[in-house]
Write a protein that binds this ligand. Structure first.
Ligand SMILES: *Cc1c(COP(=O)(O)O)cnc(C)c1O
Length: 367
């Protein structure tokens, strides 16, 4: 039967969705998830909380208990925290609230694709500044782009995905000054800040147009739950609460976040372990024919120098190791991104890569 399919919005007709291909392999190092499950006590705490839920009632609409716990964790006010279904929903709500037709946002490419993707979906023009060939962002260029475009939102991502590089504090301060001068909002996406040496969180203040987004997906081993949040001025939170769907954050997710915050020490141990493994991989890369970037995140971006990136990706897959193929992404010619796995997974990855690149053993001594 033929039906006339109603056309989607003109500006979305050519859009392709955001995809992260999943392949059935034994070593999955492609989507920046934590390699470890949450602590056993966390599972039990959630099970207990779910058993107690009032299933016939809507959840607490503004997630007060969860936001109170997050606020205490960061030493900010309840009113300065907005929580949602993953930091992606935080980004979407920010863009629904501040973006839209006739408005502009600024990104610095290459960076996290969803900043420009969601902006486009809500009809906001994206002005793209650029990083240099080493993926560093020149602060004068950044200030010029903001000053000229006068965006409603400027996005930074620190550490940046997919490069792994953290921005310098001076860069953030200069961009923030330009954002203040042009009447916009600075959003620093800190999905990976726990793995980095510094955070913009201490710059958050009622009188500063800065919000910092965080997620439970990576650090907290909770990608399955979809929970993220932002810390920013309460006048931003109030507007986001007015725009987001009522009861968007279900009771199970709220309970999961509350339970997780009782396991801060376990989380810190996991982060320390991942950072140790990351440094081991970076050290191993020095002995391989690859160019790599000094990651402060849960992944490392690298570029084979003697073989094509696509070919290396396929050869890794042939050895049952899946990494992210960024080789054809704009500005990322030939690059691959590997998520830090468990010690065993990293050994398999390094062994396979060493074999593929025809190098001497790169694994080195383990502590
Ligand atoms: C993974 C990721 C997110 C999304 O996290 P969710 O909380 O799972 O939605 C946001 N920003 C960056 C840079 C990421 O890499």
């Amino acid at each position: 039967m033929n039906v006339q399919q109603p056309p989607v919005r003109d500006d979305l007709a050519a859009m392709v969705g955001y995809h992260s291909p999943q392949v059935d392999v034994s070593i999955r190092l492609n989507t920046n998830e934590s390699p470890q499950p949450p602590p056993a006590g966390f599972r039990q705490a959630i099970t207990d909380a779910v058993a107690e839920l009032d299933w016939n009632r809507y959840p607490n609409r503004s997630a007060v208990a969860l936001r109170t716990a997050i606020a205490a964790f960061h030493g900010v006010d309840l009113g300065q925290v907005f929580a949602a279904n993953g930091s992606n929903e935080v980004l979407q709500t920010l863009l629904l609230t501040y973006g839209g037709p006739g408005r502009r946002v600024v990104t610095f490419e290459p960076t996290y694709a969803l900043h420009s993707h969601i902006a486009t979906i809500v009809g906001t023009k994206v002005v793209k500044g650029e990083r240099d060939h080493k993926f560093r962002l020149d602060s004068t260029h950044a200030v010029d782009v903001v000053t000229e475009a006068k965006p409603i939102i400027t996005f930074l991502c620190s550490p940046n995905n997919p490069t792994g590089l953290a921005e310098d504090p001076e860069l953030v301060d200069r961009v923030l000054a330009a954002v203040i001068a042009t009447g916009g909002l600075l959003v620093v996406d800190e999905a990976y800040a726990e793995f980095a040496s510094w955070t913009s969180l201490d710059r958050v203040d009622e009188s500063v147009p800065l919000v910092v987004t965080r997620t439970f997906s990576k650090t907290w081993s909770m990608a399955a739950a979809r929970l993220g949040y932002m810390v920013g001025p309460s006048w931003v939170t109030d507007k986001l609460e007015a725009v987001v769907l009522p009861y968007h954050l279900d009771a199970v997710t709220q309970a999961a976040g509350l339970a997780a915050l009782n396991f801060v020490d376990d989380m810190n141990d996991r982060v320390a372990n991942i950072v140790r493994e990351r440094e081991r991989i970076l050290a191993a890369f020095e002995r391989l024919p690859v160019e790599c970037w000094n990651s402060q995140s849960i992944f490392v971006l690298f570029r084979p120098t003697e073989q094509d990136g696509n070919a290396v990706w396929q050869k890794l897959l042939d050895r049952d190791v899946l990494v992210r193929n960024c080789a054809t992404w704009p500005g990322l010619d030939g690059c691959l991104r590997v998520t830090i796995g468990t010690e065993q997974e990293n050994d398999v990855f390094l062994g396979a890569l060493t074999e593929i690149l025809g190098a001497e053993s790169a694994q080195g001594a383990r502590p």
